[in-house]
Design a protein around this ligand. Structure first.
Ligand SMILES: NC(=O)c1ccc[n+]([C@@H]2O[C@H](COP(=O)([O-])OP(=O)(O)OC[C@H]3O[C@@H](n4cnc5c(N)ncnc54)[C@H](O)[C@@H]3O)[C@@H](O)[C@H]2O)c1
Length: 255
């Protein structure tokens, strides 16, 4: 049944495309981002096209604000049927130069922020006995990559969270899956390309082009590619899938 979905970090990139895709599919979308004007613009785009979006400013590293947002949205839409934990940040820093502050800043959003969101969502879904939660992990949850150790660690940890949530919530009708995209053409990969290139003495665009060369399907992933797969995981077509971390990456990482 399509109803309402909450999405974090929906102001740009994968979160934005997922919001637009789900709204086109008929979902009411409750969207948030730390970048208020960006998420308000996405909501306006959806509402002008005849969809139904509600936007709010939210920093997912703030546990209390995130819980209040979830509860407000759940009440407003008459119960969230879906949730997409998408907000994430990237820092490119060689391991020997990493600082506790960088470590904490990334973990605060990618790991803590995901927990802050999916925990109240799960509590609300549990009272109704249904729901589907999708967590944005990454190819980096499965393979090492240069100068992104804290990011990779946060995404690997999300795989652990996904499995235990699926185990505990499955019996009460809530499915939980992670999706691991590969090289997606968003501002996050622009940052990776720029900063790795600077560290390695390469030209702008070179790092991304080399990564795309390793993808069997031969092209960069689009945010819309990911959005379509997230929509599938939320839908009843995936009603027997839970506890998985699914690579959706053009073959970038193979088991
Ligand atoms: N781009 C890729 O290649 C790729 C690959 C695998 C996984 N992912 C994951 O997909 C998700 C989206 O990535 P993207 O490429 O669209 O990133 P992006 O940087 O383009 O967009 C991330 C969004 O999250 C928001 N955000 C950042 N910190 C926040 C916070 N504290 N609270 C709320 N919102 C916050 C940003 O404002 C932005 O709108 C992330 O979790 C990322 O790790 C991306």
């Amino acid at each position: 049944m399509k109803q309402a979905v909450a999405i974090t970090g929906a102001g740009q990139g994968i979160g934005r495309s997922t919001a637009l895709h789900l709204a086109r599919d008929g979902w009411t979308v409750a969207i948030s981002d730390i970048n208020t004007s960006a998420v308000d613009t996405v909501a306006a785009e959806i509402n002008e096209a005849g969809g139904h979006a509600i936007s709010r400013s939210l920093d997912v590293s703030d546990a209390e604000a995130t819980r209040l947002w979830v509860e407000e949205m759940d009440d407003l839409v008459g119960g969230l049927g879906g949730a997409v934990a998408n907000a994430g940040v990237m820092r490119v820093k060689p391991f020997l130069e990493l600082t506790p502050k960088i470590w904490r800043d990334v973990m605060a959003v990618n790991l803590d922020g995901t927990f802050h969101f999916v925990h109240p969502v799960s509590q609300r879904m549990a009272t109704r006995g249904y729901g589907s939660i999708v967590i944005l992990a990454s190819a980096s949850s499965r393979m090492p990559s240069f100068a992104t150790s804290v990011y990779n660690t946060s995404k690997t940890a999300l795989h652990g969270l996904t499995r235990v949530m699926a185990l505990e919530l499955g019996p009460i009708g809530v499915r939980v899956n992670a999706v691991s995209p590969g090289v997606v053409d968003t501002p996050m990969w622009e940052l990776i390309d720029r900063e790795r290139a600077a560290l390695l003495g390469k030209d702008p665009g070179e790092v991304m082009a080399e990564a795309v060369d390793r993808i069997p399907l031969g092209r960069v992933e689009t945010p819309e590619d990911v959005a379509g797969f997230v929509a599938y995981l939320l839908s009843d077509a995936a009603n027997y899938m839970t506890g998985q971390n699914i690579s959706y990456d053009g073959g970038f990482v193979m088991p």
